[in-house]
Design a protein around this ligand. Structure first.
Ligand SMILES: Cc1cc2nc3c(=O)[nH]c(=O)nc-3n(C[C@H](O)[C@H](O)[C@H](O)COP(=O)(O)OP(=O)(O)OC[C@H]3O[C@@H](n4cnc5c(N)ncnc54)[C@H](O)[C@@H]3O)c2cc1C
Length: 646
């Protein structure tokens, strides 16, 4: 069926409306990043760096040491990569250690760890085996325990959390074959039964991590639309679904570039009857629930990527010192040395950001949705660059698999596997492009609230005039301030080399705020389509946030011990690099090739560059007739063996 331009613009408008309705309300609690976009740098939001309670740290470290000892002894990550299986005895061992209930409150049988401790444990597991970390994280970061903790009734919590804490595995099912970044257009349906006691689910969910082994899933589905002001309002509702329910089928286990040991699949729901009491939060709140779950859920990926970056740094610096070429260790050649320095300072920044955001979760007075998105975007993008630098520094050995290296008697550093395993991180839990849009939307929100309706063509002239008068009052004070050289109050004890960077953050945030305002004035509602411009603004806000977190983290670590190098150098180097990127982004906002790029992309989309694709064997293919090939369910030890697939 062909789509007309008006079909597609209606679909787009509808998707935007549903996504808007699912947004959380305005920020009322402080946010470092939100303020930076408004031209206000408030160092007190990051200095002193949020502290972790000492007793909490000790408890987390104790559990982490046990998990590390267990994995060192029992888990061969290359074997997982080769066989595509995390051995059942490893999963069982992790269950025994309480690893499937790390964040579940103690009253429900979990270990009740803080977000910081949970993240550190996942980071450590991820540094050893990405697949195993994903088993734990898909279950707890976004799987049933997280939304259940946030939105479940006491009855639902009592029913499910103890089972989940014991190690019944869960999954988060949002994505569908036709519904990826835009879940508002969900196709899976949940139809209420006549007596209203249940809902009947029909549809498919794709790429559901843990889905192939899960006992309990959180599933988002469309419930009947509501009519509001004569217009259909789509409803998405979240359900707790037990995989033993008749009609639930695992159609396929997906295999990927990396993370070979994860259990991820295409799931089919055919007349799956779910009791109405299994609705989580309430009818029509499913999309909002999914987005809020992801806000905290996506804090684990930044920690995991920081853990992997440390592993890369460890490998790269050893190899760069050991490998001699042209009469010197390769790390002494400036091209490699610069990569190493970049890796070290950016690993430090990743850790600073991951720690900052995780510690904020424990503070009731903080709004972390922007910082969480910044951490997801920055750490996943930086993480893959660090993995790439590590491959490069290892040279040919970076491209060779660990088993092959081992077989010929070399150190089996798994750089090739790390690279493959890391690549997914910029795609899952909100792609980098969607994180840019999310951050841009939140950054523009204060302006849209004050003056957004000025761009609304449907608003009458009288209403616009009133709005203009009201908005003008605010902007008459706010706008000129963005041009003033206002001082930044430098926290006492901030190391000297970092002080200029804090001053820079203050000045650059004002430049960012006036730039965003100028773009809104110039482009009006069309700014939404100028993703190149918005993306550069977001990149500036991201780097400013990371600079602030990195300086504060360096300060909090204090003076280095004898023989150790100072974190201040790392923060200083990171900030210098970030400032260069920021300058480049501001230049790109003024002068860019976005229009030409848009034309070229348009021509490419229309196939007008087919001549450029000549002279190769094109990867032409036809989809095979979908033949349901139920993947064999894993045999698992322990009491949670799954019932056969229906
Ligand atoms: C290994 C793996 C594990 C996963 N685990 C889960 C899981 O547990 N649960 C779950 O529900 N899903 C899961 N997913 C799905 C994952 O969240 C999606 O792949 C992701 O949301 C992107 O959707 P998509 O792949 O359909 O890409 P699309 O949405 O089709 O996007 C394709 C490209 O277009 C870009 N794009 C899309 N819209 C826009 C826009 N408006 N502006 C700019 N760029 C845009 C995207 O960023 C991307 O680069 C998993 C996927 C994989 C591969």
């Amino acid at each position: 069926m062909s789509t007309t331009p008006s079909d597609s613009s209606n679909a787009r408008r509808e998707a935007m409306e549903v996504a808007e309705a699912a947004r959380e309300s305005a920020m009322t609690r402080p946010s470092l990043t939100a303020d930076l976009f408004l031209g206000r740098f408030r160092p007190e939001l990051v200095v002193p760096f949020p502290e972790q309670d000492e007793a909490d740290r000790r408890r987390g470290d104790e559990i982490r040491s046990k998990v590390e000892a267990f994995l060192r002894e029992n888990l061969d990550a290359d074997e997982v990569d080769r066989t595509g299986e995390v051995p059942p005895r490893v999963i069982e061992g992790l269950r025994q250690l309480g690893c499937f209930g790390l964040k579940i409150p103690r009253e429900y049988g979990g270990l009740g760890l803080s977000q910081v401790n949970y993240n550190r444990i996942i980071a450590s597991v991820a540094s050893h085996c990405g697949s195993t970390a994903v088993w734990l994280s898909a279950h707890q970061s976004i799987g049933v325990p997280q939304p259940l903790k946030l939105f479940g009734t006491e009855e639902q919590k009592k029913k499910y959390l103890p089972r989940l804490a014991k190690g019944e595995i869960s999954a988060f099912a949002l994505t569908e074959p036709n519904v990826g970044s835009d879940p508002a257009r969900m196709e899976m349906t949940a139809t209420p039964t006549e007596d209203g006691k249940a809902y009947v689910l029909n549809g498919e969910k794709l790429w559901c991590t843990n889905g192939n082994v899960a006992e309990i899933l959180i599933v988002m589905a469309r419930t009947p639309s509501k009519m509001v002001d004569g217009r259909e309002k789509k409803q998405v509702t979240a359900f707790i679904v037990e995989s033993k329910t008749p009609g639930f089928e695992i159609v396929h286990r997906c295999s990927f570039m990396g993370l070979h040991g994860i259990q991820n699949g295409l799931l089919r729901f055919k007349n799956v009857r779910v009791p109405a009491e299994n609705i989580l939060w309430g009818p029509g709140l499913g999309l909002k629930l999914a987005l809020i779950t992801l806000n905290t859920g996506r804090l684990t990926v930044p920690s995991a990527t920081a853990g992997v970056a440390k592993q890369c740094l460890w490998i790269a610096r050893q190899w760069a010192a050991e490998r001699q070429q042209w009469g010197a260790p390769v790390g002494k050649h400036e091209a490699v040395a610069m990569k190493l320095a970049w890796m070290a300072s950016h690993t430090f920044a990743m850790e600073a950001l991951a720690e900052y955001t995780a510690r904020l979760v424990e503070r009731p007075d903080a709004d972390i949705r922007l910082e969480a998105a910044v951490a997801k975007l920055f750490n996943t993008e930086t993480g893959i660059r660090i993995a790439d630098h590590t491959v490069q520094i290892r040279g040919g050995r970076g491209y060779e698999s660990a088993p092959s290296l081992r077989a010929r008697g070399e150190k089996p550093w798994p750089v090739e596997r790390i690279y493959r395993d890391s690549r997914i991180n910029t795609i899952i839990e909100g792609t980098s492009e969607i994180m840019h849009l999310f951050i841009a939307r939140e950054a523009l929100d204060p302006h849209l609230r004050r003056a957004g309706d000025l761009f609304n063509p449907k608003l009458s002239g009288g209403k616009k005039a009133k709005l203009l008068a009201k908005a003008a009052g605010f902007y008459a004070g706010w706008y000129p301030k963005q041009f003033l050289p206002l001082p930044v109050s430098i926290p006492s004890g901030m190391p000297g080399p970092l002080v200029p960077h804090l001053r820079f953050i203050g000045a650059a945030s004002r430049r960012l705020a006036r730039t965003i305002f100028g773009l809104m004035m110039k482009h009006g509602p069309k700014l939404e389509h100028r993703q190149g411009l918005l993306g550069r603004c977001v990149d500036v806000g991201v780097d400013l946030t990371v600079m602030a977190a990195t300086c504060a983290y360096a300060m909090s670590l204090g003076a280095p011990k004898a023989g150790e190098a100072s974190p201040v150098d790392l923060a200083d180097h990171f900030c210098r690099e970030a400032r260069r990127r920021i300058a480049e982004a501001f230049r790109g906002i003024k002068t860019n090739d976005d229009r030409l790029a848009g034309k070229i992309a348009g021509d490419a989309l229309e196939g007008h560059y087919a001549w450029l694709e000549k002279g190769i064997l094109l990867a032409e293919c036809e989809a095979a007739t979908p033949a349901p090939s139920p993947s064999p369910r894993r045999e698992r030890s322990g009491p949670q063996t799954l019932s056969p697939v229906s």
